[in-house]
Write a protein that binds this ligand. Sequence first.
Ligand code: GDP
Length: 194
Amino acid sequence: MKITSSEFIISAVDKDQYPKDNLPQIVFSGRSNVGKSSFINSLLNIKNFARVSQTPGKTRLINFFLINKSFYLVDIPGYGYAKVSQAQMVHFATMIDEYLKSKQASLAVLLLDIRRMPNEDDLLMYNFFKSFGYDVLMILTKADKLSNNQINKQKKIIRDTIQPRDNDQMIEYSIQSKVNHDLIWDIIESYIGD
Ligand code: GDP
C-alpha cells in the first residue's frame, strides 16, 4: 500500500471519544518494548510517527491514527501486567474491553518478540481478542536478531504456546530487512477492502 497521508486523530479513554465515521479499524497491541512503534513506523514508512503513542500522557490511552483517509490504525497501550499496579491493570482491562466490545475492528495485530517465549500476558491478550471474535495476525518482531534456522525453531515454540485458532497467521518481521512487508500489507488490506 502506498501511504499518502497519516494523521494522529485522538487519544481516547472511553467510547464517546472514538471516531464516529465508520471507517475500518485495525487494532495493534503488544507487550511494552516488543517493537510496536518501530513496526508501525516501518509499515507506514514514516520516521517517529508512532512515537505519539509513547509521549507522556498517551501511553495508557487508545490512540487513533487515520491512514490514507480510509482506515484507522488503533494503537492500544503496551501491556505487561507484572509491572503495573492492580488499579492500573483494572483500568487497562476495562478500557480495552470497552474498545474490543465496540467491534470497530475485525483484525487485531498482536506483536510478539521472536526471541521470547510468549508469556501469560501475551496468551491472555490473544485469548482476549479471540473471545471477542477477532482474527489475529501475529507479527514476530526483531527477526534480524536470529538466523533462519532459529527463526523456524522459535516460530514452532511460539505456535505451540499460543496455539492459534481459525487460521490466524504468524509472520516474522524486521525493521532492518523489512522482510514480509508486502505480505503483511496484503493481509491488512484484505480487512480494509482497499
Ligand atoms: P514498543 O515499546 O513496543 O513501541 O517498542 P519500540 O518500537 O520502542 O522498540 C523497542 C526496541 O526494540 C528499540 O530499541 C528498537 O530499536 C528495537 N527494535 C524494534 N524492532 C526491531 C527490529 O526489527 N530489529 C531490531 N534489531 N531491533 C528492533
